[in-house]
Design a binder for this molecule. Structure first.
Ligand code: TXA
Ligand code: MG
Length: 333
């Protein structure tokens, strides 16, 4: 049975982690499904609860920056600069693992993903458990990451020991993942900490090509799996405001949902406003995708515009949720 608690009862949840159990906890990005990262059996139960393929490694969450030295065997100058600039927060760094880290959490790779969350509940849970906490996003594998406890409960009730309700996630998209295990830092997953911000600290950083298209040889195992998909069929529509509107209007039938950007209504469709900025779009994206499913629509048209910054992360998640089905409304009318 799953116990749903608040941060007032965090001690129970910390003890559960220490004893090899599973706890869903809030972070500033999305909710995470945690267990003791150094206990292989506990880590396996994360994969089981999510239905996650065993070859997709997990992020290890720490409460103290010194812990990086225990979990890794080598830290490049770039890694140190990025830790100084962005830990704690929405950044995950991939580094060469130390012998302390086992093969289940890393899916047999010689690297480990490390993040130090800033969310106070996440921080307390890690600290009080006395463990490093392995945690993927707390959704069933393939579904949008949960950003409120209600969505965690939809996916994980009965599959984990505890769920800590910590309210709505501040960011709404998962952390930026940067591989600093090689010579050149490489963004494997965009997030709130943007390419532009990272480039100020490590000017040689590059963006992995798999971020915006499907690829045969993914650098990060997570890239090859279908992700963030609601049950509805999603199509991303880009182009001038007028052409986007015309295109979507011409496709409205029963059970169509529209995710609008910067306002707008569509008669006969279930419309959700993604917001007036890319920050708002990011914050509500996963939540909104789940709302479409709750409303029972079959098809979703999502308005989108390229704006850089956190827009790259929105684009990455949105394109994946659409299985890369996109329409340029300026060309096809
Ligand atoms: O914001 C977040 O990062 C959330 C919260 C809970 O911290 N966690 C999260 O975990 O999004 P997950 O498992 O859903 O995504 C982790 C991604 C996956 O795409 C995985 O393949 C990649 O990081 N990853 C983990 N370890 C890796 C490694 N050693 N090398 C390359 N990619 C790795
Ligand atoms: Mg995930």
């Amino acid at each position: 049975m799953t116990k749903i608690i608040t941060a007032d009862n965090i001690d129970e949840a910390a003890l559960c982690i220490k004893n090899g159990g599973t706890v869903v906890f809030p972070t500033e990005t999305v909710y995470g499904l945690g267990a003791d990262a150094l206990n292989d059996e506990a880590v396996r139960s994360i994969f089981t609860a999510k239905g996650r393929p065993a070859d997709n490694p997990l992020i290890v969450h720490i409460a103290h920056i010194e812990d990086v030295y225990k979990l890794t065997s080598f830290r490049s100058e770039d890694a140190k600069k990025l830790m100084d600039a962005f830990f704690p927060g929405c950044l995950t760094l991939i580094m060469k693992k130390s012998d302390l880290v086992g093969g289940v959490v890393t899916a047999g790779l010689d690297t480990v993903a490390i993040r130090m969350p800033s969310n106070p509940i996440a921080h307390e849970l890690i600290k009080k458990s006395g463990c490093f906490i392995a945690a993927p996003s707390a959704n069933l594998s393939g579904s949008p990451s949960p950003t409120v406890a209600r969505h965690v409960i939809d996916d994980m009730n009965g599959r984990v020991d505890y769920i800590i309700d910590g309210g709505a996630s501040e960011v709404g998209l998962e952390s930026t993942v940067v591989d600093v295990s090689g010579d050149v830092p490489e963004i494997l997953r965009p997030g709130k900490i943007t390419y532009e911000e990272l480039k100020e600290v490590v000017p040689n950083i590059v963006i992995n090509k798999g971020i915006l298209k499907e690829t045969d040889k993914p650098k990060s195992p997570g890239m090859k799996y279908k992700h963030y998909a609601p049950k509805a069929d999603v199509t991303v529509v880009m182009g001038s405001k007028e052409n986007v509107r015309k295109y979507i209007e011409s496709r409205i039938t029963d059970n169509v949902g529209v995710l609008t950007y910067k306002g707008g209504t569509y008669n006969g469709a279930y419309v959700i406003n993604a917001g007036d900025s890319m920050e708002e779009y990011a914050n509500g994206l996963f939540y909104n995708l789940r709302l479409f499913d709750e409303h029972g629509v079959n098809t979703v048209y999502a308005e989108f515009a390229d704006e850089g910054g956190i827009g790259l992360a929105v684009k990455n998640r949105l394109f994946k949720s659409a299985g890369h089905k996109t329409v340029d409304a300026d060309i096809i009318k």
